[in-house]
Ligand binder design. Sequence first.
Ligand SMILES: [Fe+2]
Length: 374
Amino acid sequence: MQKTIKNVLTCPVWVLQLFTGAKSFRDNPLIGSRRLNEAGLHGLRQGLAHWAAGWRRRRLRRAIPPHLAAEFDRDGFVVIRDFLPAATFGQVLDDVRRYRGAGRETIQGDTVTRRIALTPDSLDRMPGVRRLLDGTLLGRLIRLAGSRDCEPLYYIQTILPHAVTGEGDPQLQLHADTFHPTVKAWFTLTDTAEGSGPFVYVPGSHKLNPARQAWEKRMSLAAGPSGDRLSGRGSFRVDEAAIAGMGYPPPRAVAVPANSLIVADTGGFHARGVSADPGIRVEIWAYERGNPFFAPLIDIWRIPALGRRRGAFVWALHDWLEASGFGVHVWRKRSDVGAFDGEVAGHGAVGIPPGLSTRFGQVTSRMIRRFARR
Ligand SMILES: [Fe+2]
């Protein structure tokens, strides 16, 4: 009886989430419903999201050099080597090497990821990095790939493979981040060789085709109850046989030197390539994921002064949610850290129970129930 009352109370949230980027087949019984997905719910949400992204991109692509727009349309990602003139790149690198301040670290498998938010305050101390972010082409490519005209979240990101004990890094397995077009970008500050964790992408996999849609339907039925936690949360893992079955070419590793820009629709299949040895990869990293169906009429994040405070705001919000008992914020604070530091806080300081990842990207029905109980 109590369960029925709870379900009635949370049902409106589950329904509303259908019109957002909510993707977890485990946390929302409508998104995870076998009956609704057999009837085509997942396919409908995915098809509508792709259509809406295509419509928004038609306007955003006008600002992009035609050869880059064509490359993105064909492959789902663009790569630009020697993105900045050498002297300008030197200043960006120098800024990042010198900067020390507050950052965050998390652990996935045996890999540590560190991020330092690029806010107006931190950019005051990194004028070269600010000029990079103010440059028009970077922002325009990210807006095209993400199909949203707003300031993305920018960070300095450090990847330290094999830095701690743990199982394999889950990012090494090919996957789509979610069911709809979305963007991540990397401006490299270190060289990335074939064997040191390059970006890997299946060219063309940002586009749907009938075989992909049939695979998506099968996954939507199997993901929720499967033992594959990340697929169950809506980030479908995929193997090379399935990729070939969908008619896509084999994955391509994008090994690039420092001063390269990669902008990708991570709704397509991608992974972090294997790193044979411990090492350090540093980049300016950008991310944006808006509502896949609707563009807001007034988007405050379009204003750079506000948009560049969003990353720090999201961290503070997630800290508050954790302090209020809503879950675990896996991005743990580190003070006085530099992007090129080799030492990591490690399991002791991060203290995340194995297998957990952040749950604050969307309001889950579980959160509402906990809030109601309080
Ligand atoms: Fe990903």
